[in-house]
Each structure stands twice: as C-alpha cells, then as structure tokens.
Design a protein around this ligand. Structure first.
Ligand code: AR6
Length: 166
C-alpha cells in the first residue's frame, strides 16, 4: 500500500499537497497552521480569505506559494469533546482531503496529525482514526495512484505511527 510515515517539519516536504490543520475561519493560527502560513508567505492568507470559511470535517485547497509543496489542503478537525461525533468528523477530514487531492489530479499528499495539538484529540485515538480512514480510502481507490505520507512532528508520534504502520 502507498502509505508512508515521516518525522519532521511538514513545511519542508516537496509533495503535491500538504494538509493543514486549519480553523473554520481559515485565518491562520498557531501550531502547524502557523508554520505553514509563515513558510508559504502572505499570499496564502489572501487565498484563504478568498475561500471564506471551512466547516469542521471539510477540506479546501489553495496553492502552496513559497512552499516546496504545490498545494495546501486546509481541513478543520474537530475540537475534541469526547462525543461520538469526534471520530466521524476526524475521519471526514482525511477522506475529504483525499477527495480534494484526487479531484485536483494530485498524487502525493502529506498529512499533519489533525486535531492532536490545540484541539486536544488524544494522539492514540486520533492516529487510529487517521490510519484507518486513509487505508480505507486507498483500498477504495486502488485504480488511482496516490502516495500518502503521515507526518509525525515529534518522536512520540513517530513511534506510534511505526506501530500503526505495522
Ligand atoms: N510540521 C508537522 N507537524 C506539526 C508542525 C510542523 N511544522 N507543527 C506542529 N505540528 P495543531 P489542531 C503537529 O495544534 O490540534 C491552529 O492554531 C503538532 O505536533 O497545529 O488541529 C489552527 O489555526 C500536532 O501533533 O492543530 C487551529 O485553530 C499537530 O501538528 C488549531 O490550531 C496538530 O496540532 C487546530 O488545532
């Protein structure tokens, strides 16, 4: 399967798209969102303004501007609440990001660990949802060449990803 893991700063990756853990206003922020906006330059904020907002679980695409990645896919993860909708919304982030990537003819997508920072989703649970949904999508789209890279920012996340990759 075309599923890989990688540890480091997602803004350095030369892939078709990196997936940003955005907020509903697409206004930029801290965490990976802040890092992506800094690395992409001010045109990214302009492009996000033009898109308006983004619902939780949905995904929208912009150019990557000064990034090595050609595009940024902005998805909004759920703020963790412990409710049954959390995993459904988180899974939707991965599914909709891959749908947007395919619609745009992209073939390599790197995901940050959506919702696992400021939004408070426990890393273990979030990673299981993420890997489960990506694997499901790849199985369902075997006829489409898609390389997915799950990016772990820190060593703890990377160790967990190694286990999940098997
Ligand atoms: N490269 C890869 N991963 C990173 C990087 C990086 N440069 N920096 C942080 N991470 P977070 P969320 C990891 O908080 O929980 C923003 O303010 C980090 O270790 O960025 O979805 C938005 O504007 C963590 O595992 O996103 C929203 O308001 C993961 O990225 C809100 O935070 C996600 O953490 C979204 O919160």
């Amino acid at each position: 399967m075309n599923l890989e893991i990688w540890q480091g700063d997602i803004t350095t990756l030369k892939v078709d798209a990196i997936v940003n853990a955005a907020n509903r206003e697409l206004r930029g922020g801290g965490g990976v969102d802040g890092a992506i906006h800094r690395a992409a330059g001010p045109k990214l904020d302009e492009a996000c303004r033009a898109l308006g907002s983004c619902e939780t679980g949905e995904a929208k695409i912009t150019p990557g501007f000064d990034l090595p990645a050609k595009y940024v896919i902005h998805t909004v993860g759920p703020v963790y609440s412990g409710s049954h909708s959390d995993p459904l919304l988180l899974a939707a982030c991965y599914r909709n990001s891959l749908r947007v990537a395919k619609e745009n003819g992209l073939h390599s997508v790197a995901f940050s660990a959506i919702s696992t920072g400021v939004y408070g989703y426990p890393l273990d649970a979030a990673s299981k949802v993420a890997f489960g949904e990506v694997r499901k999508w790849l199985r369902e789209h075997k006829d489409y060449q898609m390389r997915v890279i799950m990016v772990a920012y820190d060593a703890r996340t990377y160790a967990l990803y190694q286990k999940l990759l098997g």
